[in-house]
Design a protein around this ligand. Structure first.
Ligand code: NAD
Length: 250
């Protein structure tokens, strides 16, 4: 068990990649705060899955885009588990919008969750980690942090920002024994994109560009997430691991 005795917060863990990471962390012995903003049923189901396997977890509502929710998230995690060793900034949204139809509301909503929420939550948790002697922060970005996605300009811009967030935080927090890294998934089948990725023409077009010849599952992200949260990555900081079946090679 590579995370035994550790406590993790995973944001947006009611479904998709966050859910898979929460379950994967618990499987490695971590106690998990399963954060959600809307997916309450999913978060409770994630907790039940963890508990049924003998793990410890609880569901906690907090909207990461609301900075006033961060104190509650951090203080409840501390009350319940007494430490925060790992933060996974997983919560994210993407809005389909051509550049020529761009609306300020799309910018604000996307930046508030994907960048501002992730950044200030990392800062708040890092203060706790610094006091406790260190920790691991893992940001879930996207291959679109380096490759633009048509009709998702704002999403791609926020993920590009996350790439620099990882490096900037890693540089300043290394002195506090806090490691900050990212994971950039390729095409992973989740509720975020199920309609898009299961449409036959799109799916076939995408598969033709993936050297590993399959669309990923949320569980494909867990190995990198465990590595970056565990002592195995103690000399790794400021980097981003691309988990994309080779999509970026194309
Ligand atoms: P998803 O939509 O299934 O899950 C995202 C979760 O985040 C949802 O449960 C949602 O309710 C939650 N969330 C959204 N806004 C929130 C907020 N303000 N506060 C708290 N939680 C909030 O999507 P997913 O595919 O599992 O995506 C997870 C992360 O992975 C995202 O950051 C996404 O950008 C990234 N990603 C996904 C893919 C993919 O192909 N699925 C590819 C690259 C990157």
């Amino acid at each position: 068990m590579r995370l035994k005795g550790k406590t993790a917060i995973v944001t947006g863990a009611g479904r998709g990649i966050g859910r898979a990471i929460a379950i994967g962390y618990a499987h490695e012995g971590a106690r998990v705060v399963v954060n959600y903003s809307r997916s309450r049923d999913g978060a409770e189901e994630t907790v039940r899955t963890i508990q049924a396997a003998g793990g410890e977890a609880f569901a906690l509502e907090a909207d990461v885009s609301r900075l006033q929710d961060h104190d509650h998230l951090i203080s409840r995690a501390m009350e319940e588990f007494g430490a925060i060793d790992i933060l996974v900034n997983n919560a994210g949204i993407e809005i389909n919008e051509p550049v020529l139809e761009s609306k300020p509301e799309t910018w604000e909503a996307t930046v508030d969750v994907n960048l501002k929420g992730a950044y200030f939550l990392a800062c708040g948790v890092a203060r706790v980690m610094a006091r406790l002697g260190g920790g691991k922060i893992v940001n879930i970005s996207s291959i679109h942090d380096v490759e633009p996605l048509r009709n998702r300009a704002v999403y791609s811009i926020t993920k590009g920002g996350m790439l620099m967030m990882v490096k900037s935080l890693a540089l300043e927090l290394a002195g506090h024994n806090i490691h900050v890294n990212g994971i950039s998934p390729g095409a992973i089948l989740t509720d975020m994109n199920r309609k898009h990725l299961t449409e036959p023409a799109r799916r076939d077009g995408l598969l033709a560009r993936i050297p590993m010849k399959r669309i990923g599952d949320p569980e494909d992200i867990v190995g990198a997430a465990v590595f970056l949260a565990s002592a195995e990555s103690n000399y790794v900081t400021g980097t981003t691991i691309y988990v994309d079946g080779g999509l970026l090679l194309f």
